[in-house]
Design a protein around this ligand. Structure first.
Ligand code: PRP
Length: 270
């Protein structure tokens, strides 16, 4: 709620609000959108508010004001501005949240069934950062007592093409010697990262190495990787050859939070 005494201040905010884009097809309607003004405002005043906080008349005035000043684009960072949604950079949704949830449940059940009889302790190792959402969903659905860890490898940086030379930035803490390691990836593209990581786990004494990737782009493969021991390959979906974001995957650290997977508009990275 915006306190009554803050109405004059709110009026000043409105005058200082930077313009926002007019077309935000994947965002909630303006009446449900939340506006962040924390760059100018400190407690006791709220640092963000929804149109509904302001009441219908003031909310309508705010919407009219914002849309009347709307340009075709607005800066992501820098000078104080109304929070801009990255979702307008998206072309289309490939897999919805529900479709992803259903598929993750299927894979988790399949893996659980397989590893119940593997006769070794299991370490599920997510490849940061992209796999963090998939990893969390997967291990919770597996419902088995597995060790969970992360490994950080960099091969793309802020580029859209792999440089073909993955490097470990942060190694696992879990001792994987004698364990069945399940490497969890958000996406396999050229195969460079996985090939490198499988060798790495083998060198650490893993008894078996499986791979579970949320997305697979088999058409882009340059390196054929070999699993270790009785390791298996699991994948959520075969991905078309386009730049995808969401469900952990990013473009320059944007869009990882999205609960669905979408195609990035080509003009955003070309
Ligand atoms: C992505 C992805 C894989 C790798 C796959 O990582 O998470 O680890 O690329 O590509 P490859 O099969 O061609 O090796 P990225 O470097 O983008 O880092 P991120 O996980 O932090 O987004």
């Amino acid at each position: 709620m915006v306190p009554a005494s803050a109405s004059a201040t709110a009026t000043r905010w409105w005058r200082r609000l930077a313009p926002v884009p007019q077309a935000m097809p994947l965002s909630p309607p303006a009446s449900r959108r939340r506006f962040h003004v924390g760059d100018w405002c400190r407690p006791p005043f709220p640092t963000s508010f929804a149109v509904t906080d302001l009441g219908p008349r003031r909310g309508q005035v705010l919407i009219s004001f914002l849309t009347s000043r709307a340009p075709s684009s607005a800066p992501l960072r820098g000078t104080p501005t109304v929070a801009r949604s990255w979702e307008e950079d998206l072309e289309r949704i490939l897999w919805t949240e529900d479709e992803i949830a259903a598929r993750v449940s299927e894979i988790a059940a399949e893996i659980s069934e397989d590893i119940k009889g593997c006769g070794a302790e299991v370490a599920v190792v997510g490849v940061a950062t992209g796999a963090f959402v998939f990893l969390a969903d997967l291990v919770r659905r597996m419902g088995l007592p597995v060790a969970v860890d992360l490994i950080r490898v960099e091969s793309y940086g802020s580029r859209t093409e792999s440089n073909g030379a993955p490097a470990i930035v942060s190694d696992v803490r879990v001792d994987v010697e004698g364990k069945h390691v399940i490497l969890v990836e958000d996406i396999v593209d050229t195969g460079n990262t996985l090939s490198f990581l499988i060798s790495h786990m083998k060198s650490k004494g893993a008894r078996a190495v499986s791979v579970c990737t949320f997305l697979d782009k088999p058409g882009r493969r340059k390196v054929q990787f070999e699993l270790v021991g009785d390791g298996k390959f699991y994948r959520g979906f075969v991905c078309p050859d386009c730049f995808v974001v969401g469900y952990g995957m990013d473009f320059s650290e944007r869009c990882r939070y999205l609960p669905f997977v979408a195609v990035l508009k080509p003009e955003k990275y070309t």
